[in-house]
Write a protein that binds this ligand. Structure first.
Ligand SMILES: *Cc1c(COP(=O)(O)O)cnc(C)c1O
Length: 385
């Protein structure tokens, strides 16, 4: 019996419970989860400090609407703004909603229409965020897209300089394309984008929905580069599993988002915000983030050592605990084989196995994950011969 639209090709594992990096299935088996709910449960499944914050808020109030001032929203917004080096926050319920708000804000603040984005990007599946996305498979069958968006090749400075002009409202990009295949932006390209935006008066929007919340060893991935974005968007890992997204922007954009200009009934819901506050209090901490970087370096080095020489492995790349293993093989088949052995990972792009473990993963769990991967990838080589 199925009552759900078949928008997802669902896996064969049905969870009954989850804790830390493990999911227990209805089959009674334990699975090592290197997806974190697609980069969401960055502190692992059901961390106690988030549970306590949510329960505590549930005993106060659940929802009152954004017509009321709510101290908890101000506290969470301060954490986000200070971590990003920006000033003002708008709370949404998802990544796509955060991007929609950012795109609207950029158009209103600049009075311009055109928005530049890049091939292989992913910005969401709503009408505007889908049009911003640089992948045909996301848009196929949905007819004409919004004319606002121009897609340029990623990491191509010349194409950007040829296109950007006085009519450009914004450039939107991920510094590491997540869904598109763990494609890392080149520092020189980002510098060109930054400079061109400043020269032409276009806003720079960094989509940190997958790369934010400590995933790369900094609060936000743009902080690895010499960038001063006007707006960043976040979601996924910010609430460790509770639905929340946010636009974080410079103070001077405040005027364009005055009373009545934008809104959301559920945006900034106090339960989700309580989860986000507890999550960010843990993650936006130097010692915690240094450990994420160290674990990322360990994972990359060990992956290189145990998998790098395999015939099927083309490249291992990433930053912090956002790792892609590009393979010469059928990724869905490999992932299915891994699941049957007890390990869960994600695809990215056409040929990449994407690892997004919890940020507090144990070294022993990384070792275990690499053993699963080595096992499946070696098997693939044997059958291919
Ligand atoms: C997941 C994702 C989105 C969309 O977020 P939703 O919460 O699914 O709407 C947008 N941009 C990036 C980079 C993402 O990874």
């Amino acid at each position: 019996m199925n009552y759900l639209f078949p928008t997802y090709q669902r896996w064969e594992v049905e969870p009954v419970s989850a804790k830390g990096a493990y999911i227990t299935g209805t089959d009674g088996k334990e699975y090592l989860d290197f997806t974190s709910g697609i980069g969401v449960c960055n502190l692992g499944h059901c961390p106690s400090q988030v549970e306590e914050a949510v329960i505590s808020q549930m005993k106060k109030f659940w929802h009152v609407s954004n017509l009321f001032p709510q101290g908890i929203q101000q506290r969470a917004a301060k954490l986000l703004a200070e971590a990003a080096g920006l000033d003002l926050v708008f709370f949404a319920n998802s990544g796509a909603e955060a991007n929609e708000a950012a795109l609207k804000l950029a158009r209103k603040a600049t009075g311009r229409q055109k928005i530049i984005s890049f091939t292989k990007s992913f910005h969401g599946r709503t009408f505007g965020s889908m049009a911003a996305t640089g992948q045909d498979k996301i848009k196929k069958g949905f007819g004409q897209m919004l004319e606002t968006f121009i897609h340029l090749p990623f990491n191509d400075s010349e194409a950007l300089l040829n296109e950007i002009g006085d009519d450009t409202a914004a450039v939107i990009l991920e510094v590491i394309q997540g869904e598109g295949g763990i494609n890392i932006a080149e520092p020189e390209f980002l510098e060109t984008v930054q400079k061109a935006c400043q020269e032409k008066g276009a806003l720079l929007i960094i989509d940190e929905i997958q790369t934010g919340a400590g995933r790369t060893g900094k609060p936000f991935a743009f902080q690895h580069f010499n960038l001063q974005p006007d707006i960043i968007t976040v979601a996924k890992g910010i609430g460790n599993g509770f639905p929340i997204g946010a636009v974080i922007g410079k103070a001077e954009l405040g005027e364009a988002f005055g009373p009545g200009s934008h809104g959301s009934t559920f945006g900034g819901n106090p339960i989700a915000v309580a989860a986000a506050e507890a999550t960010m209090e843990t993650i936006f901490n130097d010692a915690f983030l240094q450990e994420v970087s160290a674990l990322g370096e360990y994972l990359t080095a060990q992956a290189e050592k145990t998998l790098g020489a395999l015939e099927t492995v083309v490249e291992i790349r990433g930053l912090g605990l956002m790792i892609g293993i590009e393979v010469d093989g059928n990724v869905p088949d490999i992932l299915s084989d891994l699941r049957s052995n007890g390990f869960i990972a994600l695809p990215a792009g056409e040929s990449v196995i994407r690892l997004l473990p919890p940020l507090n993963i144990k070294q022993s769990e990384i070792d275990q994950a690499l053993a699963f991967l080595a096992d499946s990838l070696k098997k693939l080589t044997r059958t291919a011969i």
